[in-house]
Design a protein around this ligand. Structure first.
Ligand SMILES: [Zn+2]
Length: 1007
């Protein structure tokens, strides 16, 4: 399978064909090699943007010229172009689910029964496995190329390389390796070696785990070979008593109860919200494993103590699943270049800190327990330049690593970064004025687009017709080519529409400077979005890449046209919320076609009117794109939205990007994954197809326990994300998370990660809202609280139902669920525009936990008395850290000013009697009365309190990809309604207060 490094093209093309199936034909047709008629048309259409051009006599003119350009219609000869949408056979996908029952296996695969991870019986599985599999470690070694081992700097697009000098210095040629066959002669363990066992420093290791004692182990217990590695962990924690003594942690049998199990009387304890941010619970592992474990910022589990059996999980009534942020920006990332990427021969797990070394030559997989050979190359450690210490290799010392992959991990040579912009230029779009902001932003960031010398870029604009731009190097100015046959879209000059960014830079700049004014006088109100997307698909098919679509209204022409489905009178309905699902499968089908050609479609919806986001969003959901939404966007009437767009575009255009990606999550034998959440397409049982991956994308996955985990005390999860970097490198980012297994219900409760649980529940509730109904999803959320607290009361706390008790680990659960019920996505009885609701649901499905939590439960701070005490220092700036207040009006004193951080919007509420010094020093007005009703900026004033406030706001703002709009809200101004809606603990017309909600829960439990 391994192609020679010099000529991977042939191997790639023979392998990619079968996968593309029916879509391949259309891709090929749209690819290079223009048909004669196309060439003809191209010539006849070629016209400088700024000049009037006569249409060819042979081509009937169909549309009027826009801004000096003419348009022409292609003779209807394009019927050999296979219509991609018609040819698609809809593959199975996982975005639907049965319900919110926890841990139950929901088999969403239409075609196949749940397949064990290691299975490769299914043909498609085999093929997909191939793509991410690479080649077996043992076989790579023999065909090793002479690449030296080295630790590359991080590639561009993210943070600068901050690896230590030792990590970034390339290792010497592997030549000076010592004797390649060191005999594992057992020697008497040196005292230092006893303390420093193989792998990592376990202070209390069993003999079999230690370096010197390896032969003893392998010879001593032949009968238990298959599981012996894990039994060593088991031996380490033989029982609950020892667990508590050795780990100082969990066991209920010990006299000291862990804080996470402290019973909290919810109705009595009114101040349950901590004043500092809620942190992820640290899994109860020994110190060395803790140190090695994956950061919760990348990888979290709803239960940090994994129940031993499904029965135990079912009893706990808690959701089990993972929350992932796999491609987040990292300041430190070990990047490994190695001929041999060491993986388990059986389940393909990447070697990681939680495997066990039986001896120097063998390691046992921590997911399937297979014993694997340590390949020769792995014996050399490029970091320490020493030999014979495979356990010190960076792959075994870091739970997050990135590998530079060989051609074995490619289906075709890595493609260049390709960016296509598809822009609405209808009257509505021109009136909204987004083009100026977009073009300006692109001009400013053109050199910062992630990529290399091969980067390509293209532009398509559309109204009732589709306009292409020939930007081929050598032209004196860009040429606009108009295709008005939207029923049968063709590409006028396929070869010159996506051009090399560097070679055609001047033409691109000319176009970006001209675009905002080209359509100023248009009267074209129609929007042929669907046909424009079909054209984009054809244009991108040969390479794949990223399509950025800017849309400002309901598509009204051609394929994929939509009609308004929103009844404004129903916006505050307490009963049925309709049309949460798409009106047509056009966008989903197109997205699946795009995904098949490694193209992701990102949607920017800038609209003041209903635009059926639930239908449009499908183009991004299934192609692994992202969705941006700017309601009531107007570049001049709504300056804060305009600024938001500009800031978010900057992040969007310059952030890191991965292409041609697939992600697979593996877990310890016995556990099984079912429903996945996020923007992607599930290609085979558990392989997520991601045409693009970006650092702001989050994912979630639900788990069940298929076989009991009694033989093990630890389980692991591993995410492998294989992608092509913008510089054309094939890379694999691997995260591995290790968690303990517990057998008692109390321990399960002790380990709840309440934020992860609430985020997973939110994802499940979105699916439920769309598949059944919003009210059903709301009921399910309430039941989640009722069931878990009821189960806890009756099995663990044994307290009477007359009080509502939660373990400390779950004390925020009812509050967070109430917050979800009041969130735009799920609220009823409060006027909510359908697109706003759908967008909130989209955000829930694809935001990483850290950002999603702010959206669910905002943070409230008092900011009129910021002090430096407890402040942190960031880049020479002092950032105050005021305590977090509970979300209730009772906290709002009229003498104060408060900042509410809702994730994508900030409110500063100013009390009527707020100190004039604050108003003057921070807001820049002499008194409360003179503060304007609409204020969206904090002025830069030369006062200490202004500096502190801005420093705090900037710090909050910098921590997220979406740029929040800031609203200064005066007490008693009409704008305060929005602000007060976020005071979750208070009663509203349509919803319980927190206290009432608790009583309701208690009532339900007593039933
Ligand atoms: Zn394995």
């Amino acid at each position: 399978m391994s192609a020679p490094a010099g000529s991977p093209q042939r191997a790639a093309s023979t392998r990619i064909q079968p996968k593309l199936g029916g879509v391949a034909a259309s891709g090929a047709a749209a690819g290079p090699g223009p048909a004669p008629h196309q060439q003809n048309v191209a010539d006849s259409l070629s016209c400088p943007v700024t000049q009037n051009v006569q249409p060819p006599k042979s081509s009937p003119v169909v549309s009027t010229a826009v801004s000096g350009a003419s348009s022409a219609r292609l003779p209807p000869t394009a019927n050999h172009l296979v219509e991609p949408v018609a040819s698609v056979t809809q593959p199975s996908e996982l975005l639907q689910q049965k319900g919110m029952q926890y841990g139950e296996y929901v088999n969403n695969q239409a075609s196949s029964a749940p397949t064990p991870l290691s299975s490769t019986s299914d043909d498609e599985e085999e093929e997909e496995e191939d793509e991410e599999a690479g080649i077996d470690s043992s076989s790579t070694t023999s065909s090793a190329s002479p690449l030296p081992n080295s630790y590359d700097a991080l590639e561009g697009g993210g943070y600068p390389d901050m690896l230590s000098s030792s990590a970034s210095s390339p290792a010497p040629d592997p030549a000076p390796e010592p004797d390649p066959t060191p005999a594992p002669v057992p020697t008497a363990p040196q005292p230092s070696k006893v303390a420093k066992p193989f792998g990592y420093g376990y202070p209390t290791l069993q003999p079999g785990y230690q370096n010197a004692a390896a032969p003893l182990h392998s010879g001593g217990q032949p009968g238990s070979a298959a599981y012996s590695g894990f039994q060593q962990y088991a031996q380490q924690y033989p029982g609950m008593n020892q667990l508590s003594s050795s780990l100082g942690g969990l066991s209920l049998q010990s006299s000291v109860q862990p804080e996470s199990l402290r019973p909290v009387n919810l109705t009595q304890e009114r101040n349950i919200l901590p004043m500092t941010p809620v942190l992820a619970p640290v899994p109860n592992l020994n110190l060395d494993l803790k140190k090695l474990n994956c950061s919760p910022d990348s990888f979290r589990c709803t239960l940090t103590n994994i129940p031993q059996t499904q029965a135990l999980l079912t009893k706990a009534k808690l959701p089990l699943g993972l929350l992932l942020h796999p491609f987040r920006d990292l300041t430190q990332l070990p990047v490994i270049t190695s001929n041999t990427i060491v993986r388990c021969r059986s389940c393909r797990t990447y070697i990681n800190p939680f495997v066990s070394f039986i001896d120097q030559r063998r390691w046992k997989c921590n997911l399937c327990y297979r014993v694997n050979d340590v390949p020769e190359e792995f014996m050399y450690n490029p970091l320490t330049r020493s030999y014979g210490e495979p356990h010190k290799r960076p792959e075994v010392q870091n739970s997050t690593v990135e590998f530079i992959a060989s051609s074995d991990y490619m289906l075709r040579p890595p493609q260049p970064a390709v960016y296509l912009f598809v822009l609405d230029v209808s009257h509505n779009a021109v009136e909204a004025g987004y083009l100026t902001i977009l073009c300006q932003s692109l001009l400013e960031n053109l050199d910062k687009l992630p990529g290399d010398s091969r980067t390509r870029i293209g532009f398509v604009t559309f109204d009732s017709t589709i306009h292409f731009y020939n930007l081929q190097e050598g032209l004196s100015q860009p040429q606009m080519l108009i295709v008005s046959d939207i029923d049968d879209v063709f590409l006028p000059t396929p070869d010159s529409l996506l051009v090399n960014l560097h070679e055609s830079k001047e033409l691109i700049k000319d176009l970006l400077n001209a675009l905002p004014n080209m359509f100023t006088n248009t009267r074209e109100t129609h929007s042929a979005l669907g046909p424009a997307l079909q054209a984009a698909f054809k244009l991108m098919s040969p390479t794949g890449g990223r399509v950025s679509v800017f849309q400002t209204q309901l598509p009204s022409l051609g394929a994929g046209l939509l009609q308004s489905r929103e009844d404004p009178n129903q916006r505050s309905s307490t009963k049925v919320v309709q049309h949460l699902g798409p009106a047509t499968d056009f966008y989903k089908k197109l997205a699946l076609d795009c995904s098949g050609q490694q193209t992701a479609v990102d949607l920017f919806l800038l609209s003041s009117q209903y635009s059926d986001l639930s239908s449009l969003a499908c183009m991004s959901k299934y192609s692994a794109g992202c969705i941006y939404y700017y309601p009531s966007f107007h570049s001049t009437h709504n300056p804060s939205q305009a600024e938001k767009l500009q800031k978010e575009l900057k992040r969007y255009l310059t952030r890191k990007i991965g292409f041609e990606a697939v992600m697979r999550i593996r877990c310890t034998k016995g556990l099984s994954m079912h429903t996945f959440h996020g923007n992607f397409f599930v290609r085979s049982t558990d392989l997520l197809s991601l045409a693009n991956i970006n650092p702001d994308a989050g994912f979630a996955v639900q788990l069940s326990i298929e076989e009991s985990l009694t033989d093990t005390s630890l389980v692991c999860f591993q995410t492998a994300l294989l992608y092509t970097s913008s510089k054309g490198e094939r890379r694999i980012r691997v995260h591995t998370l290790c968690l303990p297994v517990v057998s008692s219900l109390a321990d399960v409760y002790a380990g709840v990660d309440v934020q992860a649980a609430i985020c997973l529940l939110a994802n499940m509730a979105v699916d439920r809202s769309i598949s059944t109904s919003l009210s059903d999803a709301r009921d399910a959320l309430v039941n989640a609280v009722v069931d878990s607290l009821s189960a806890y009361s009756s099995t663990v706390s044994h307290l009477q139902h007359s009080v509502l008790i939660a373990p400390s680990s779950l004390k925020l659960f009812p509050l967070y669920v109430l917050a979800l019920l009041k969130q735009k996505a799920f609220r009823t009885g409060t006027s909510t525009r359908l697109d706003d609701r759908v967008y909130a649901m989209c955000q829930i499905k694809c935001q990483p936990l850290v950002h999603l939590m702010k959206m669910i439960h905002p943070n409230l701070y008092r900011i009129d008395r910021l002090i430096d005490e407890g402040a942190i220092h960031v880049n020479d700036r002092v950032v105050p850290q005021p305590p977090i207040q509970k979300l209730s009006a009772e906290k709002l004193t009229r003498e104060g000013a408060f900042l509410m951080d809702c994730g994508c919007v900030f409110y500063i509420w100013v009390g009527k009697s707020c100190d004039n010094t604050f108003i003057e020093d921070v807001l820049g007005y002499p008194n409360f009365a003179s503060v304007p009703q609409k204020m969206t900026h904090l002025p830069e004033l030369d006062t200490l309190s202004s500096e502190r406030t801005r420093s705090f706001v900037t710090w909050l703002r910098d921590s997220r990809p979406l740029s929040p709009v800031l609203h200064v809200v005066k007490d008693e101004s009409p704008a305060k309604t929005e602000f007060f809606q976020h005071l979750i603990e208070d009663r509203t017309e349509a919803a319980f207060s927190y206290y009432e909600f608790l009583l309701h829960i208690q009532q339900q439990i007593c039933k």
